[in-house]
Design a protein around this ligand. Structure first.
Ligand code: ACO
Length: 336
């Protein structure tokens, strides 16, 4: 048994936030933000809109794009760093709202690598014969965990959601559009403090004491994360290429985690893949963490960049530290 992508959907909350708007609130400038990150705009959900709302929109679109009805889905995996509640998981609520019935549904937390962790896990369920059609969603509302005073994080992250439908397939000829060919997952918990929300979990519960205000928000050591991101993504991408039997010259499209345009350029450079083959949408959506890869796929597909059968290399990196890569051939689908 093998797996293949048959549907793709995405959703951005309507509110678009410009660098100019943030520069009026923080000690920063549109020039700094664009030159250091490549980001020009990002979307933020309005108060009251939660991750599950964005996930349900993108999920419904992916199911429709796959030509399926909600009844056909037998497992939902949702990757997010910003669940609707600390307990329970957000996935069962999204499954219920999509009318999937009493299917298995769970969240995966691997920060910006979350979507590729979820995709690899969905693939494993299918290969094990446990599922036929899996809805894999990456959704985030980082605007709810950013420190309003912190210019080093607030300008970088955006909200959004993207989703794929992965289906079981007997025949895995690499040339058959949509086939997922190989995965690679990894982590290094020794560097967990590079990306963190210090308080609010069981190690520093907010009920036991009042932690400093800043420790309730997302924090990141940007410079160290930058170095690790390029190193870990390129190592992981090379492992997945070796498993697929591709060399870097075979890759038609490199879809890296959309954290920073300079990271994406450096990743292409490290892998010896021409920069023009790197998909970039961080300029319009910012870093959307677990939603980043499916949003980049959806936006590139909408622009007509992919042809069925094109060889696509996905690579992500995030808090944990975690990293992940997936190789697939592009399916013959219309994203919604
Ligand atoms: N406006 C103006 N100045 C700023 C801003 C800002 N918004 N943010 C930081 N600065 C300042 C810093 O304070 C620093 O000043 P100093 O030299 O006086 O101390 C200076 O700019 C340089 O700071 P650096 O952090 O070295 O800037 P850098 O060029 O590295 O860019 C950035 C920062 C954009 C965060 C970059 O490091 C980066 O992209 N890192 C990787 C982020 C990433 O990949 N995240 C993915 C994983 S995230 C996840 O898993 C959720």
């Amino acid at each position: 048994m093998h797996s293949a992508v048959i549907g793709l959907g995405s959703f951005l909350p309507p509110r678009r936030v410009t660098n100019e708007e943030l520069s009026a609130l923080l000690d920063t400038s549109p020039e700094w933000i664009e030159s250091r990150t490549g980001i020009r705009t990002r979307h933020w959900a309005t108060p009251g809109t939660a991750t599950g709302d964005l996930a349900a929109e993108a999920g419904a679109r992916a199911v429709k794009s796959g030509g399926l009805s909600p009844d056909d889905i037998d497992l939902l995996i949702l990757a997010t760093t910003t669940p609707d509640h600390p307990c329970p998981a957000t996935a069962p609520d999204v499954a219920s709202r999509l009318g999937l019935g009493p299917v298995a549904a769970y969240d995966i937390s691997a920060v910006c690598s979350g979507f590729l962790y979820a995709l690899a896990t969905a693939h494993a369920h299918i290969v094990a014969g446990q599922a036929t059609n899996v809805l894999v969603v990456g959704a985030e509302t980082y605007s709810t965990i950013l420190n309003p005073q912190d210019r080093t994080t607030r300008v970088i992250f955006g909200d959004g959601a993207g989703a794929l439908v992965l289906t079981a397939r007997q025949d895995a000829r690499a040339s058959r559009p949509g086939t997922l060919l190989a995965t690679d997952l990894g982590s290094d918990g020794g560097q967990k403090d590079l990306i963190r929300i210090p308080a609010g979990g069981s190690r520093r519960p907010t009920t036991a004491e009042d932690p400093p205000e800043a420790d309730r928000y997302f924090q990141m050591e940007g410079r160290a994360v930058f170095r690790q991101a390029v190193l870990r993504m390129s190592e992981s991408a090379r492992r997945v290429l070796a498993r697929t039997g591709w060399i870097t010259a075979d890759v038609d499209h490199l879809v890296g985690h959309q954290a920073n345009v300079r990271i994406l350029t450096a990743l292409a450079d490290h892998l010896d893949i021409p920069a023009k083959r790197a998909v970039i949408n961080v300029d319009r959506v910012g870093n959307t963490s677990a939603a980043s890869i499916p949003l980049a796929l959806a936006h590139a597909a909408e622009q007509g960049r992919f042809a069925p059968g094109d060889r696509v290399l996905l690579a992500a990196f995030g808090g944990g530290l975690t990293w992940a890569s997936v190789a697939l051939t592009w399916p013959d689908i219309t994203p919604l």
